[in-house]
Design a protein around this ligand. Structure first.
Ligand code: SF4
Length: 276
């Protein structure tokens, strides 16, 4: 975490807490009072529900070893989500309390974690709890905001400068797929803006997990949008999609060699800064 911004956490936290009284952290704009225990689309109140933490070496190489900390609650409904079961009833998760998570953060750093990786669910819907955690833990390693980027500018303002790397999950490239697969019709316009905002102050890695048979509708236009941001943004392409069972709106198969090759060629043609 960038220590220069550490002292700004209490003020930023106050702004987030005021917002939680009628929550508009993300484009769902639920307007519920999360401080009073109400929940909206993401299903979380004002507490953190950590369902998993671990040291992991499968992220982009420059982020590893990475201490992943998963917080329940998400504002999207991707049908192929690998942690969906944890996001269905976040309040029922009996996870670690804040002091225990802070302790884990220090222990994992001692074990060699070069990054603290905040993910979920979606960290944006947990932004207030996460800032409180950072204030308590004061982590010394680099901070990764591992997000679907589907949030309002208030979240960008809260994490600006504190976070070292924004790991932006670019899921879809068109309105139809975002609506059908993840119940987020406005996903593309929102995410294009939040990634551009993040690129103005942070290192940004855009991670695109390729969906089988979604080259023309998602990969091609999605990468074109990212190319407009120039070389400042790194791009990480993933071909490890696993179909859910049952697959209703999402592809039932895997990414084939032809689509794999076409994606790489398209990324090279756009002169994207590809990393692994
Ligand atoms: S963060 Fe949750 S409660 Fe707040 S607007 Fe988004 S989905 Fe609704």
């Amino acid at each position: 975490m960038n220590p220069k911004f550490y002292l700004q956490i209490p003020e930023r936290l106050e702004v987030l807490k005021q917002n939680l009284q009628s929550c508009r952290l993300c484009p769902r704009n639920c307007g519920v009072n999360r401080l009073a225990g109400q929940t909206g689309y993401c299903g979380v109140d004002d507490q953190l529900y950590c369902f998993r933490e671990m040291l992991y070496c499968g992220e982009e190489k420059e982020l590893c070893p990475s201490h992943q900390v998963y917080f329940a609650g998400c504002n999207m409904r991707c049908e192929y989500c690998s942690v969906a079961e944890w996001n269905q009833n976040p309040l029922e998760i009996n996870g670690m309390n804040m002091a225990q998570i802070a302790d884990k953060i220090h222990r994992r750093a001692e074990l060699g974690a070069v990054t603290l990786n905040l993910l979920g669910g979606e960290p944006a819907v947990n932004a207030a709890g996460i800032l409180e955690l950072l204030w308590k833990a004061r982590p010394a390693n680099r901070l990764v905001w591992n997000s679907n980027m589907y949030y309002n500018p208030i979240v960008d303002q809260a994490i600006r400068g504190l976070v070292d790397v924004v790991l932006a999950d670019l899921k879809f490239g068109c309105r139809e797929c975002a609506a059908r697969i993840a119940d987020a019709a406005d996903y593309c316009e929102v995410v294009t803006d939040t990634i551009a905002q993040a690129a103005a102050w942070s290192d940004v890695i855009v991670r695109h997990r390729v969906l089988p048979d979604h080259f023309e509708c998602c990969t091609r236009p999605g990468l074109e949008q990212i190319a407009k941001l120039g070389q400042r943004v790194k791009v990480s392409l993933w071909f490890d999609y696993i179909p859910p069972i049952p697959a209703k709106e999402t592809p039932a198969g895997y990414v084939g060699a032809e689509q794999h090759q076409k994606t790489i060629q398209w990324a090279q043609r756009l002169q994207l800064r590809i990393i692994q």
